[in-house]
Design a protein around this ligand. Structure first.
Ligand code: ZN
Length: 62
């Protein structure tokens, strides 16, 4: 996890796993793949500059 920098508009989002409905908070622009902590399903994967979040985003922290 990187240190938050207000200038690059980094945000954290709360997502719900599509497979097991586990909720977890992830970095919106994560540079590595993020798996669900419960079932291991992929919830976010990096695509160049911005992470592609494949889980349902239920809350955004700015
Ligand atoms: Zn899951």
């Amino acid at each position: 996890m990187v240190i938050l920098n207000r200038d690059n508009r980094s945000r954290f989002v709360k997502v719900r796993c599509p497979d097991c409905e586990n909720e977890q908070i992830i970095f919106e622009k994560a540079s590595s793949m993020i798996n669900c902590l419960v079932c291991g399903s992929i919830v976010s994967k990096p695509t160049g500059g911005k992470a592609k979040i494949s889980a349902e985003v239920i809350e955004v922290f700015e």
